[in-house]
Design a protein around this ligand. Structure first.
Ligand code: ATP
Length: 235
């Protein structure tokens, strides 16, 4: 289990994440819903060791991992798919994917894992020799997810994976994420796209100005008056 306990993130005087408690089990899909600037990216970056945790703890299977450097966290099974994807346009699909297999825990399984990625994303297999900068936004997002899978994570953190994608592509991507979850990986997704992410998540949290203001199963949140008011335009 990945667990955040009263976690704080500060940028100078600005408190971006103000004491959040979030948990994700392996094989579970959990979404954090929040508007622009609510602190969603900061939560994921703190878990991945890319911004410092000012207070509170992060634990993985009850072992504290707070403050560990990013490469150690990758080796312990945490992978981030950043907003903007962080892939290398002037390399092919397969080259990008193989870059993801650098952690020690993943190296020996590289060929098996790439076969698994191609099974989940057949389109990447068809295009494995294509330069990534020539691909559509949806395909590039698949490369980013596939590359993170190459590190053999137990927990995959996804920063607004639907951003900038057409609705039909977003649906395909969430269906692919459902297959990733079936391999036993826990997914923590931050999103503004409430309807589709709740449709594919087990549980969710509401994040407003760095604080968790609500949580529940996807069904509960979908029917919650505050969620409907804040994100779904009333009723
Ligand atoms: P978005 O959807 O716009 O990315 P978000 O919910 O992911 O928003 P964060 O990116 O986590 O929000 O930002 C939370 C707050 O922290 C914002 O007010 C933002 O301006 C501020 N912030 C984020 N990164 C930094 C930084 N490196 N230095 C200073 N302030 C930052």
């Amino acid at each position: 289990m990945l667990e955040l306990n009263n976690m704080l993130v500060r940028y100078g005087k600005h408190l971006a994440v103000d004491g959040v408690n979030i948990s994700v089990e392996k094989g579970e899909v959990v979404v954090v819903l929040g508007a622009n600037g609510a602190g969603k990216s900061s939560i994921l970056k703190a878990i991945a060791g890319m911004v410092p945790v000012a207070d509170g703890t992060i634990s993985l299977d009850h072992t504290p991992i707070t403050g560990m450097p990013a490469h150690q966290l990758t080796n312990r099974g945490i992978a981030l798919v950043p907003e903007g994807r962080g892939i290398i346009g002037r390399m092919t699909v397969e080259e990008n994917l193989r870059l993801g297999a650098t952690p020690a825990r993943a190296r020996d399984y590289e060929d098996d894992t790439i076969a698994q990625v191609y099974d989940i994303f057949p389109r990447l297999h068809e295009r494995k020799r294509q330069f990534v900068h020539t691909m559509s936004g949806g395909e590039q997002q698949m490369v980013a997810i596939g590359r993170a899978m190459m590190s053999k994570p137990d927990f995959l953190l996804l920063d607004e994976p639907s951003l900038g994608l057409a609705p039909i592509i977003v649906g395909d991507m969430f269906k692919a994420l459902a297959r990733v979850r079936k391999t036993g990986v826990g997914l923590l997704i931050v999103e503004q796209n409430v309807k589709i992410s709740l449709r594919h998540a087990d549980r969710g949290y509401l994040l407003e100005a760095g604080r968790i203001t609500g949580s529940g199963t996807s069904d509960e949140l979908m029917n919650d008056a505050a969620v409907r008011h804040a994100f779904l335009g009333g009723d």
